[in-house]
Design a protein around this ligand. Structure first.
Ligand SMILES: Cc1cc2nc3c(=O)[nH]c(=O)nc-3n(C[C@H](O)[C@H](O)[C@H](O)COP(=O)(O)OP(=O)(O)OC[C@H]3O[C@@H](n4cnc5c(N)ncnc54)[C@H](O)[C@@H]3O)c2cc1C
Length: 443
């Protein structure tokens, strides 16, 4: 598509809408952004931030930020996480489970820092017109036509509750399925050890069968914790309604009395519990309109990929646009290529809740993770498991899903024959590993 000189509208200046605007402007387009919130929400550091304070940024998101020339700006603001630090129970010692090779990490970044960086860049970019504090009235049925008359393309980047998607659905142009999980989450701001050792540079997990607490490191000994739990029942999100109940539940069920972590005194009223949802939509395009980011594919947060997938949308769009087609051709090619990947990462995110909440203390899964480390250490150029494929590579998500499943099944077969780690280095086992790796051909 010849983007230069075209005029695009973007609705929603979250992480995805902002990144898209910067890319379009870099291609010589004129961009008008309509954002519901005020500029201060993105530029002025809040004294209390209420929602998903920190996010895990990984290779796919970084690749897109690099395309925009912003990777080097965000990296100094990130805390690396080289693996999971798991706290199985009060009477068992915590342990570290690496994510990949020793240099491989995902990065804890504050949503505010990321937004601030993007909005400062928007402010400086050429040909971007910001309309903050501006919500389009999607109750008007002729809104689509009005936008089409004014713009060459309209991108709906307005998040999980996208009003553009709702309008397109009301007019019969797209179908949406919203899945609400039977549990939710609550932010749990924590104080914890100042990060020094590599093992503290981790995503901390307190798995408790039906629920889990996780914490991402921030600067200066603070951690962005999140409790994932059902709403009902003892310790559920509904039962901890007073500050005292909440503190007692976090301390007794997760942290334990000797923990180096403690709750900050943030009032419970500032930490509302929310349901978790995922959204599947089809198609994402209608004429000049395209849904992008969470508006098109909101997923559960357990693979740390929602934002990364949204940022990768921008990268994929840049590749498709290079073929010089009209906006509606590009949008339809984008949907054809990308939908299968959105569905794959949705599946993986759903599966990963069990992996984090139960798999981190499940003997079979722990043995598998240990074997994965063995293969990574001895065959760093030949082996890549599912996690590494998703978080450290850019193989399309659907291939990472299928290739990761194949390699997982092959490893399980190996572990049936060699279920003791001390046997993995014997020549027979090493030969079996080599044959396992050589028989695997990624498609
Ligand atoms: C608990 C939790 C943890 C998460 N952790 C991670 C993680 O570790 N890693 C990861 O990659 N992802 C994570 N995610 C997912 C990530 O937050 C989202 O995928 C990402 O924010 C999507 O970006 P977006 O720009 O598409 O939407 P949003 O960030 O929701 O931005 C949408 C923007 O549109 C604006 N808007 C909405 N409606 C309108 C309207 N009608 N008119 C104008 N503007 C409008 C909003 O104000 C907002 O600025 C997590 C999500 C949750 C819930």
């Amino acid at each position: 598509m010849s983007i230069a000189g075209k005029h695009f509208a973007i609705i929603g200046a979250g992480i995805v809408g902002s990144a898209l605007a910067l890319w379009l402007s870099g291609q010589g387009a004129v961009v008008s952004i309509y954002e519901r919130r005020r500029a201060q929400a993105f530029l002025k550091r809040p004294t209390i931030q209420k929602r998903n304070i920190n996010l895990a940024l990984s290779h796919r998101g970084l690749k897109s930020l690099n395309l925009l020339g912003l990777k080097d700006k965000i990296m100094p603001l990130c805390c690396p996480m080289f693996g999971r630090r798991i706290y199985p129970s009060a009477d068992k010692a915590p342990f570290f489970q690496p994510y990949g090779l020793p240099h491989q990490a995902i990065y804890s970044v504050s949503r505010f820092d990321l937004n601030q960086m993007l909005h400062s860049a928007l402010d400086k970019a050429k040909s971007i017109e910001m309309h903050y504090n501006n919500t389009l009235n999607t109750e008007e049925n002729d809104l689509l036509e009005k936008l089409e008359a004014e713009f060459d393309g309209i991108f709906w980047c307005d998040g999980i509750h996208s009003s553009g998607r709702t309008l397109l659905e009301r007019l019969g142009h797209v179908n949406t399925t919203v899945d609400r999980a039977n549990y939710g989450y609550r932010e749990v701001p924590l104080r914890g050890p100042v990060i020094k050792s590599k093992e503290a540079q981790a995503l901390h997990i307190w798995p408790r069968d039906k629920s889990m607490l996780i914490a991402l490191p921030q600067a200066d000994g603070y951690y962005a914790g999140t409790l994932f739990a059902p709403f009902e029942g003892a310790g559920g999100l509904d039962s901890t309604t007073t500050q005292g109940d909440f503190q007692h539940s976090i301390q007794s069920t997760y942290l334990g009395k000797d923990s180096s972590f403690s709750l900050t005194d943030t009032p419970l009223a500032n930490l509302p519990a929310s349901w978790l949802k995922s959204v599947a939509v089809g198609p994402w395009n209608y004429g000049k309109h395209l849904l992008l980011g969470d508006a098109a594919h909101a997923i559960l947060p357990f693979y740390g990929q929602g934002m990364n997938a949204g940022l990768e949308d921008v990268y994929v769009l840049s590749e498709i646009a290079a073929d010089n087609k009209s906006p509606d051709e590009i949008f339809s090619a984008f949907y054809s290529r990308r939908k299968i990947d959105a569905d794959a990462i949705k599946t993986l995110a759903e599966r990963n809740y069990w992996n984090m909440k139960n798999g981190t203390v499940n003997d079979e899964q722990l043995l598998y993770k240990r074997f994965e480390q063995f293969l990574l250490t001895h065959f760093p150029n030949e082996f890549e498991g599912q996690y590494q494929r998703i978080s450290f590579g850019d193989e399309p998500y659907h291939k990472a899903l299928s290739n990761g499943d194949i390699i997982f099944a092959q490893c399980q077969a190996f572990l049936k024959d060699f279920d003791r780690p001390e046997d993995w280095s014997v020549p027979e086992a090493m030969a079996a590993c080599k044959s396992l790796l050589s028989s695997f051909h990624a498609d």
